[in-house]
Design a protein around this ligand. Structure first.
Ligand code: FAD
Length: 467
């Protein structure tokens, strides 16, 4: 078949990894074609992930704050919830961003081909859209096909009451009783939204801790808060069966502390994500995947086929947008002949729950499991003037240091704006800052960021005041 478009670099998928790689490669003078099956650029993150979830979480926070300020003498009438308007507001934010991306692509003369792309040889991708096909020939390719929600094998298929994160973000209604299966970041963020909107929420998590990547003490304030507000949070519990014949969904559970059978109006399944690698025709290009379907890459983001790169969720954990973006830049630069490699020391994680949970680098659990020596400094937010004046003092900042060199190894923060605060610690680790550097840096007062310097002072034994 004849080739329709020739590209120096074809990028398969236009999520954060893909559009970053495409824009960087175009800026470096390459003729770039992006193949995207969805109607808009931006991938999961912009369309059905990071951005719409944060918009709804902001709405949730406003509702919660209004409720909590009654304690400070501020009374509000019950908020009126206009679900259609909320949905439109969220979609407006998404369209603004995806529209911006389309303009940026045009400016750079990046060609966007809409349709489902599949390798048909090591140098050609076939794109199918509404029955028509196009062939794109390329010198190099960057696979950025992302991931999709993992399914719960026992969940009935095609039942509109069983949602994944995309369905939950769609906000069709506010179910009176919502079961969230999976106590990871995505499940808990959506639980936060629906609880604020008025659902009674139950969470089940198979592990013995929510957000299992973070330390237990960092998750504890979140666990404490939601345990009293939600109907229940069941740890060490799995869903055994979902009976869907009746008007409500009846669920049985298993595990040491499994509750009795219960009924729900909707169920959100948030049990992880799987790479979108199975339908890309990777065999035709000779690209290898591991047992879980992740494409194998080296530090230059090259697959086993030297002119084909892969980035983002499709190459493995952590499945985070900022990791995909960073990898996208590396792949584009290597493809354009620059010397580049993925050499980030750490990748931060944030759960935008209420309170937020953020961590980076070494955790105590990891240190203990691997016999890594560490010292720590921590600062409870009950002693932070700023946290107290915001009426939310349940937070904690904890920083781990090398006991000999005092270099920063890791940090966990729980509390309001923890996600904003963690950036400083990412920089500290990247720059090799030690405890004295952090303690000796003047932080503005009164801010939550002071708790970072105070943690370092705690470790150094130089703390003088607790305000
Ligand atoms: P994706 O964003 O998945 O994009 C892949 C693109 O490839 C998609 O547009 C898809 O349509 C396209 N594609 C796939 N196969 C083909 C094909 N064969 N042909 C054509 N196109 C194809 N991460 C964060 O860092 N912060 C957050 O706050 C955050 N919140 C999230 C909330 C939710 C509800 C979810 C689900 C995810 C969240 N994430 C968050 C994760 C984040 O969305 C992903 O890590 C990120 O989108 C991965 O980017 P990517 O470029 O690898 O792939």
């Amino acid at each position: 078949r004849a080739v329709d478009i020739e590209a120096d670099i074809v990028v398969l998928g236009a999520g954060p990894g893909g559009y970053t790689a495409a824009f960087r490669a175009a800026d470096l003078g390459k003729k770039v074609v992006v193949v995207e099956r969805g109607p808009a650029l931006g991938g999961v993150c912009l369309n059905v992930g990071c951005i719409p979830s944060k918009a709804l979480l902001h709405a949730a926070k406003v509702l919660e704050d209004a409720d909590e300020m009654t304690e400070a003498g501020l009374g509000f009438t019950r908020p009126q919830l206009d679900l259609d308007k909320l949905r439109r507001w969220k979609s407006g934010i998404v369209s603004k961003l995806t529209g911006g991306l389309a303009a940026l692509a045009r400016q750079r003369k990046v060609i966007v081909v809409t349709g489902f792309g599949r390798f048909v040889s090591p140098n050609e991708i076939e794109v199918t859209h509404e029955g028509a096909t196009k062939r794109v020939a390329f010198t190099q390719a960057i696979i950025a096909a992302g991931s999709e929600p993992a399914r719960l094998p026992i969940a009935p298929k095609h039942d509109s009451r069983i949602l994944d994160s995309t369905g939950a973000l769609d906000l069709q209604d506010v179910p009176p009783r919502l079961l969230v299966v999976g106590g990871g970041i995505i499940g808990l963020e959506m639980a936060t939204v629906y609880h604020a909107l008025g659902s009674r929420v139950t969470v089940v998590e198979a592990m013995d801790q929510l957000i299992s990547g973070a330390d237990r003490d960092i998750v504890a304030p979140l666990m404490k808060r939601i345990s009293t507000r939600y109907d229940a949070v069941h740890l060490g519990t799995k869903v055994r069966n979902i009976a869907s014949a009746a008007a409500e969904l009846t669920v049985t559970f298993e595990g040491a502390n499994a509750p009795e059978e219960q009924s729900f109006d909707k169920i959100l399944v948030a049990v992880g994500r799987v790479p979108n690698s199975g339908t890309l025709g990777l065999a035709a290009a000779g690209v290898a995947v591991d047992q879980r379907g992740f494409i194998r890459v080296d530090k230059q983001m090259r697959t086993n086929v030297p002119h084909i790169f892969a980035i983002g969720d499709v190459v493995g954990q952590p499945m985070l947008a900022h990791k995909a973006v960073h990898e996208g830049k590396v792949a584009a630069e290597v493809a354009a002949g620059l010397k580049a490699a993925f050499d980030a020391r750490v990748i931060p994680s944030v759960a935008y729950t209420d309170p937020e949970v953020a961590w980076v680098g070494l955790t105590e659990a990891e240190a203990n499991a691997n016999g890594v020596a560490y010292g720590k400094g921590s600062f409870p937010w009950e002693a932070s003037g700023r946290a107290l004046s915001q009426g939310r003092s349940e937070g904690l900042t904890k920083v781990l240091f090398d006991p000999e060199t005092h270099r920063t190894l890791g940090c966990g923060i729980v509390g309001a704006h923890a996600g904003e605060l963690i950036g400083e610690m990412v920089l500290a680790i990247e720059m090799g800052a030690d405890a004295a550097d952090i303690a000796g840096t003047i932080h503005p007062h009164p801010t939550l960021s002071e708790t970072i310097a105070q943690s370092a002072e705690m470790f150094e034994g130089t703390i003088t005041d607790l305000i």
